[in-house]
Design a protein around this ligand. Structure first.
Ligand code: 2NL
Length: 361
């Protein structure tokens, strides 16, 4: 290689090693390899040489260009590594430190209420059952004594899924209640049965007091001699514990559900003064749940003998009882995922729901 190119190489490599940062390095790159750079200028001069000399010098220039580009790149990588290390060092965190108070999360009131329900019924000898949220017609309707064409089907505002052919699949529904879980339990287990089925349910209904997804808990007791007195006692114990009121006044009003006979809606005693609701005092009533003795057709549909077994069931909305217990005025705020709301209405995770403290009157 000629002396002039050796000098150029020496000068350029020195410039590269002296560049202090990425900007300076880029200036070196432009000065060497840019449109008006020194190597580029040498390339332009090749045209004036005779063919043999041009070939020789062209190869030398290409080699020089490669060396300088490589040196620039190596230095660039070194700068980037150093910058990353500096950033990592600056952002170093000690994950073993205790959490700061402002980092403490909250349990959603639905989770808290759900846990309280499970704790109370657990103490009363119930176990928790669950099942699929996508159901077939039998478990959501037919087994519950709601045959095709029954008017109750329309009232359920059911979400149907789409079949593979793109048509509505009427045998594939988002469950409209958690009764489906109780049907499955009766099909798969022998009495005595004592379960609750808390879970998400779905109805195509949306206004001030309805959301397309809501949480429900249903309870089911099946045994040989279960009667309406057991239903009343069970509800009294649960509602007393849940609302933390001893001997909460209850009122059973005759009602109708296809899956129970007789059926009753249950009200709790309350007062409404100056727009504030107080539960367990006063002479007003508030509807809280639906209940009844399981219809013999339902017991039969699950493969049990209604001559041998009978029982009771009830169901209630978890959002609704959470609103009443915790004074949350608007149903739709449950689903807003608003951190300020959660900070106000949420629960500290360390205060887990239990009967040890707070739930029993
Ligand atoms: C309501 C009323 C109710 C039931 C749910 C039920 C389940 C089976 C058999 C019989 Cl497997 N009944 N569940 C019974 C009465 C009422 O819910 O207003 N829920 C929010």
């Amino acid at each position: 290689m000629t002396d002039t190119l050796d000098q150029l190489r020496g000068a350029l490599l020195e410039d590269v090693s002296k560049a202090e940062n990425l900007e300076a390095l880029d200036a070196v790159r432009v000065a060497a390899l840019g449109k008006k750079g020194r190597i580029t200028a040498e390339m332009k001069n090749l045209g004036g040489l005779d063919p043999e000399a041009r070939k020789q010098r062209g190869q030398e220039l290409n080699q020089l260009k490669g060396e300088v580009a490589e040196a620039i790149n190596a230095r660039k990588v070194a700068f980037e590594d150093a910058a990353l290390n500096e950033q990592l060092e600056a952002e170093r965190i000690d994950v073993s430190l205790p959490i700061r108070p402002e980092e403490m999360g909250r349990l959603h009131p639905i989770s808290q209420t759900w846990d309280e329900i499970v704790a109370i019924f657990g103490e009363m000898g119930f176990t928790v059952a669950d099942g699929p949220e996508i159901e077939d017609d039998f478990h959501n309707f037919t087994a519950l004594n709601i045959p095709a064409e029954h008017p109750a089907r329309q009232e359920h505002d059911t979400f149907y899924l789409q079949g593979e052919d793109g048509q509505i699949d009427y045998n594939s529904v988002l469950r409209t209640h958690t009764s489906t879980v109780q049907i499955r339990t009766m099909q798969n287990e022998q009495p005595p049965i004592r379960i609750i089925a808390p879970g998400r349910t779905y109805r195509s209904d949306s206004d001030m007091t309805h959301t397309p997804m809501f949480s429900q808990v249903e309870a089911l007791v099946i045994d040989k001699n279960t009667h309406f007195g057991h239903l009343k006692g069970c509800l009294q114990d649960f509602l007393d514990a849940f609302f933390e009121v001893k001997d909460l006044p209850l009122r059973f009003r005759a009602s109708y559900f296809p899956f129970t006979e007789p059926s009753a809606e249950v009200d709790i005693g309350c007062s409404r003064k100056d727009g504030t609701l107080k539960i367990g005092e006063g002479d007003d009533w508030l509807e809280i749940l639906g209940s009844g003795m399981v219809h013999p057709n339902v017991i039969k549909a699950c493969g049990l003998d209604p001559e041998e077994y009978q029982g009771f069931a009830f169901g209630m909305g978890i959002e609704r009882i959470a609103m009443l217990k915790y004074g949350i005025p608007d149903l739709r705020t449950f689903f807003d995922a608003d951190m300020r709301w959660l900070k106000h209405h949420g629960f500290l995770p360390l205060e887990a729901a239990s009967l040890i403290r707070g739930l029993r009157p």
